[in-house]
Design a protein around this ligand. Structure first.
Ligand code: NAG
Ligand code: NAG
Ligand code: NAG
Ligand code: NAG
Length: 248
């Protein structure tokens, strides 16, 4: 087990030569890829949280219920993940999914995997139930029209005031989360960097629109899967969802 883990670590630190790979440089030094059945996350062992994720969202053909049972990831060494799967007690922070169950809802296995703590970060409830949720609804509605490729991650920042889970969960709280949606057919892209605080409401979502270049600058990752033309696109408005969209 240890050697297996070590080889994964070395492989990933040298290069991300795999199908969904999208970076060859990471500001995190102990990052490794965790491949789930329908999505990938990259966990940083030192920070103990997912710092990158990616998946493909295709036409919705399921509506299995989400699971309310969170757990530690059985495949990941304990010292690379959060100390606890419990709620972020007495705080405004939710157990926020990087990849939501709703986009995996034709697979019970993938839904279960989405509740491993290697897919969870403390997200301010205004973000998790506001702007972040809205990006998930955009994906949920538009994936019925075109296949979408989704990329995202966490930015640690340097605000220590929100680092209130160092004892309970062994982690610092990311200050921002970013997300990119690429339409696989048209190659159009949209990107956001959202603050992990009370301002990240639905009504503020357009204030968080950025270009992929901005994400590279602020996150420290180099993102390989985009053309120079895609990297400078900055949308003025978040993509609209069809009014009759079924978000289940
Ligand atoms: C549902 O869609 C997924 C792709 O998202 C596909 O792999 C699966 O076979 C589909 N299932 C059915 C029953 O059509
Ligand atoms: C998903 O989790 C539920 C509840 O823990 C369990 O009963 C079920 O067997 C799991 N399904 C899969 C496919 O892992
Ligand atoms: C850090 O976050 C706190 C709230 O947790 C906020 O009051 C404070 O202004 C922030 N500091 C900086 C420098 O952004
Ligand atoms: C409520 C809260 O913690 N807000 C902070 C989140 O992090 C950003 C970046 O450090 C700060 O600007 C916010 O004040």
């Amino acid at each position: 087990m240890f050697y297996q883990f070590l080889s994964i670590l070395i492989l990933v630190q040298v290069s991300f030569q795999t199908e969904l790979s999208f970076t060859n440089y990471s500001p995190f030094k102990t990052i490794f890829r965790r491949q789930f059945s329908l999505f990938d996350v990259w966990v940083d062992c030192k920070e103990r949280i997912p710092v990158l994720f990616s998946y493909i969202a295709e036409r919705d053909n399921g509506s299995l219920p989400r699971s309310s049972k969170f757990q530690l990831d059985p495949e990941i060494p304990a010292d690379c993940q959060q100390l606890s799967y419990s709620t972020y007690t007495d705080s405004v922070f939710d157990r926020g999914h990087m990849v939501p169950a709703n986009h995996l809802d034709h697979s019970e296995l993938a839904i279960n995997e989405s509740n491993y703590m290697t897919n969870i970060n403390p997200q301010h409830k205004s973000l998790n139930r506001g702007a972040w949720l809205q990006t998930e609804e955009i994906i949920e509605c538009l994936r019925d029209i075109d296949t979408l490729r989704i990329y995202g991650g966490a930015i640690m920042g340097n605000n220590e005031t929100n680092d209130i889970f160092t004892q309970t969960h062994g982690i610092r709280t990311p200050d921002f989360f970013w997300k990119i949606i690429e339409n696989a057919r048209t190659k159009d892209v949209i990107a956001w960097i959202m603050p992990n605080d009370s301002t990240a409401t639905r009504s503020n979502i357009d204030k968080f629109l950025v270009s992929i270049k901005d994400i590279e600058a602020q996150s420290g990752f180099i993102l390989l899967n985009f053309s120079p033309e895609q990297k400078v696109i900055k949308q003025s408005f978040s993509w609209k969802v069809p009014f009759n969209c079924d978000t289940s």
